[in-house]
Design a protein around this ligand. Sequence first.
Ligand SMILES: NC(=O)C1=CN([C@@H]2O[C@H](COP(=O)(O)OP(=O)(O)OC[C@H]3O[C@@H](n4cnc5c(N)ncnc54)[C@H](OP(=O)(O)O)[C@@H]3O)[C@@H](O)[C@H]2O)C=CC1
Ligand SMILES: O=C(O)C1=N[C@H](C(=O)O)C[C@H](O)C1
Length: 271
Amino acid sequence: MSDMRLIVAGAGGRMGRALIRAITETPGAVVAGALEAPTSPLLGQDAGTLAGLPPSGVKLSPDLWALSAEADGIVDFTVPEATIANVAIAAQRGLVHVIGTTGLTASDEAVIKSVTSRAIVVKSGNMSLGVNLLAALVKRVARSLDAGFDIEIVEMHHKAKVDAPSGTALLLGEAAAAGRGIELATHSARGRDGVTGARKSGDIGFASLRGGTVTGDHTVIFAGPYERIELTHKAEDRMIFAHGALKAALWARDQGPGLYSMADVLGLSDI
Ligand SMILES: NC(=O)C1=CN([C@@H]2O[C@H](COP(=O)(O)OP(=O)(O)OC[C@H]3O[C@@H](n4cnc5c(N)ncnc54)[C@H](OP(=O)(O)O)[C@@H]3O)[C@@H](O)[C@H]2O)C=CC1
Ligand SMILES: O=C(O)C1=N[C@H](C(=O)O)C[C@H](O)C1
């Protein structure tokens, strides 16, 4: 099969630069385009050079329609507004769309879902192997423990992160809720402050810390009477997300239309 031609959306960002490096070092994939915001001062710069590599000849462009004429997929770690704009073009052009962007609203999620009867989308709040294994473990542990064990999810990220709770924390919350057989939407406690009253039994709590250069730490705490289980993942380098996203793109190329998760890509869906 020919190399998969990938567009990196948000190519000047932290994840975009990691993706350019990951694609460059992976056989079977090539950088076919580098998309950036129309207002970005980086437009016209070389994607390879920005990623700390030799010049690639691929310049940052704001025009996905033009870039996508010669591409098979788009790997998108940007901002919700950009991702939603990209969804329509990717679907129209028949591109595999790998979405890592977090902070998506329920209506954004609905827009993404709406194209998946005809388009291939892989979306996950965390593309790393470790976090997706952690999610499977969390689901399993939650299934074994009753509501006497309170579930709390703590995450810490670098000071530039703009959304909270993190996409990963929400993914882990969904896993815990699935294990317990409840809906996260109606059993979640976010942003406690002031006189909140006692903890509501059955809720899944979230707490977000921001500071420094932390790549991404997540702990799921099962706090029961006189004992506590804590499951933790610590990301040490963004390349784990980039390699996961690339694996997703190459995997998705052989799938039919649909909305897939990293659990599907990694074969963890049945845990
Ligand atoms: N699922 C996962 O595994 C992971 C998800 N993420 C998520 O990925 C997203 C990006 O993270 P990160 O790289 O750290 O953030 P950055 O802010 O470093 O990068 C985002 C990039 O997207 C660009 N951008 C904004 N608007 C557009 C547009 N319309 N078209 C193209 N590009 C655009 C930004 O440009 P400008 O700065 O000029 O606005 C910026 O370069 C976040 O939502 C984050 O939570 C991060 C890591 C792992
Ligand atoms: O913004 C980040 O940096 C990260 N975002 C993702 C999230 O919201 O969980 C994944 C990772 O933790 C890094």
